[in-house]
Structure formats: structure tokens, C-alpha cells
Design a protein around this ligand. Structure first.
Ligand code: FE
Ligand code: FE
Ligand code: ZN
Length: 291
């Protein structure tokens, strides 16, 4: 059995919507995928009943793709860490609750969320506000099975959730631990200052500080910038400062065997590189012909 689950983020657009997302993933040879329920940058969302959700589920089943390996990414505008403007916090609550309902409706259960920005109030205040928001959202969606996966961030601007300790702190504050998890992002971890080349050491750190049981998705991206740069610019696999060997070692680590790996690398000449990058990682052979 192929136990290496890998895919990429894929489009969700007219006319086939989520069915189209699954088809796109299959065209890359993926057995995992991630999509947004609309545009990543805003919270405008078409009625979820129009997204061809049932057909998408049928196609996944036909291809033996487990729902564990389908990730939804929440819109970027959500900022539950904003302790400065109550209206932004309130809108963020509403948008996240609606998003959880959409994920429920579509039949999935892993939703990746950016922890947000403290907007000059300091990480501690931002994290407290985020925890307050997460508990409210979880309370208001009690009947849902959707798990909110906190993504580890690069530390751009006033982002929170940069260090493993901050992520642990967020998890500690959430009452219902069955609704919270973590999505690692290799570009963000490196930009945050972690040395991924010591793969075993990194995995051990993640286990000690967060607990591997909380890690439910991994974004595999190279970084355009050196370790600790806090820039968050993704690079194609093997073309950046992390490098192919380290990324492949991380992706194939025994500790992450059952966890979906998702590529969010840039297009090359307006073309998705995912088929080639998926193959390179699956085979553990760097493809140096992409650019
Ligand atoms: Fe993200
Ligand atoms: Fe990411
Ligand atoms: Zn990023």
C-alpha cells in the first residue's frame, strides 16, 4: 500500500467547483489535496449547495482518497487575534463559523486556519484573543466534527503562531481539544528560524513541544529566503534555501507517515508544477528541469 499522501492546493472555480478541485488533483497524480471554498483573499462565498460537493465526494471515493487527506483552507481575512478592533474580531468569528458550516456541508473535517496578527499588541495579547475566539467558534459549532488546524507561521509583520511554543500555548487554551490540531508549513518553519536539515531533531522538538498527535497536515514548500528571514515567500521544491533533500526527508519521515503533505509552491511560467513536484517527492528524486 502506498502510504505516502501527497497533493497540492488546487483551484475551486466555475463550472465544476469542488468536483473540479478533485479532478485537478487527480490530474497531478495526487492522493491528497487542499482547496478554498472561494477566493482565499475574501470571504465572499457562493452558496455551498452549488459547489458540486456530492459529485466531488463520489469521485474521491472512486479513487480511494480518504477524507482525512482532503484539507480546506480558511479565508485569509480572518483575524481572531485582533484585540484592537472589536468589529474585526466579530466579523472573523462570523466568517469562521460560516466556513466550518460549509466544510461540514461538503463532508470534510480538516480546516486550516492562519492564527492571525496581534496588530502591535504583542504576541501574548494576540494569542489570548485568538484563544477566546476559537473557544467561541467551537462552542457555537458544537455539533460539528471539523477540526481547526492552526498553521505555523513565518513571522511576517505581527503574525502569531510562529514558534512551536506559541502554537502549544494556543492549543492549551482551547477547551475542546478534539476540535484543534496543527498544520506545519516547512517554508514558514524555516522562515521562523527552525533548522529543518536536522530532520530528526526537528520532529523530536515538534513532538516534545506540541505533540505529534496534533499534527494533521503539512504544507511542503521550499523558501526563497534563508532560515529566520520571516518573509514567507514560497519557492519550488529544491529551488530554494531549504533544499530538496531536507524537504523530502521531512515529507517521508516516519512520524508523518499518515499525514497529508500539500504543496503550495509557485506556478512556473503560468503553469502548475505540481505533477512534477509530486512525482519528485514521491520518488525522492529531485527534478532539476523545472526551471
Ligand atoms: Fe496557509
Ligand atoms: Fe501554508
Ligand atoms: Zn506561506
Amino acid at each position: 500500500m502506498d502510504k505516502f499522501y501527497i497533493g497540492s492546493h488546487v483551484d475551486n472555480k466555475a463550472p465544476n467547483f469542488v468536483l473540479g478541485s478533485v479532478k485537478e488533483a487527480l490530474s497531478y497524480g495526487a492522493n491528497a489535496l487542499m482547496f478554498y471554498t472561494g477566493a482565499p483573499q475574501n470571504s465572499y462565498r457562493r452558496p455551498v449547495s452549488e459547489l458540486k460537493g456530492e459529485e466531488a465526494l463520489a469521485l474521491l471515493k472512486e479513487n480511494n482518497i480518504s477524507l482525512d487527506n482532503v484539507i480546506v483552507h480558511a479565508p485569509y481575512i480572518i483575524n481572531l487575534a485582533n484585540a484592537v478592533k472589536p468589529d474585526i474580531f466579530d466579523v472573523s468569528l462570523r466568517v469562521l463559523i460560516d466556513e466550518i458550516r460549509r466544510v461540514d456541508y461538503l463532508g470534510y473535517h480538516k480546516l486550516v486556519l492562519h492564527p492571525g496578527s496581534h496588530v502591535n499588541m504583542g504576541a501574548d495579547i494576540g494569542i489570548s484573543k485568538l484563544i477566546e475566539g476559537l473557544n467561541k467558534v467551537i462552542e457555537e459549532t458544537k455539533d460539528s466534527k471539523v477540526i481547526i488546524l492552526i498553521e505555523t507561521m513565518a513571522g511576517k509583520g505581527s503574525e502569531i503562531g510562529i514558534t512551536l511554543e506559541q502554537v502549544r500555548h494556543i492549543i492549551d487554551g482551547v477547551y475542546d481539544k478534539s476540535r484543534i490540531g496543527v498544520c506545519l508549513d516547512t517554508c514558514h518553519l524555516s522562515d521562523a528560524g527552525y533548522d529543518l536539515s536536522d530532520t530528526d531533531g526537528m520532529v523530536q522538538k515538534i513532538d516534545e513541544i506540541i505533540g505529534l498527535n496534533y499534527v494533521m497536515a503539512i504544507h511542503i514548500n521550499d523558501s526563497k529566503n534563508p532560515q529566520g528571514a520571516h518573509k514567507d515567500r514560497h519557492e519550488n521544491i529544491g529551488y530554494g534555501m531549504i533544499g530538496f533533500d531536507t524537504l523530502s526527508k521531512f515529507a517521508h519521515h516516519k512520524a508523518f507517515e499518515n499525514i497529508p503533505k500539500i504543496l503550495e509552491t509557485p506556478y512556473i511560467n503560468e503553469k502548475a508544477p505540481y505533477k512534477e513536484e509530486i512525482k519528485a517527492l514521491r520518488d525522492n528524486i529531485f527534478n532539476n528541469t523545472l526551471k
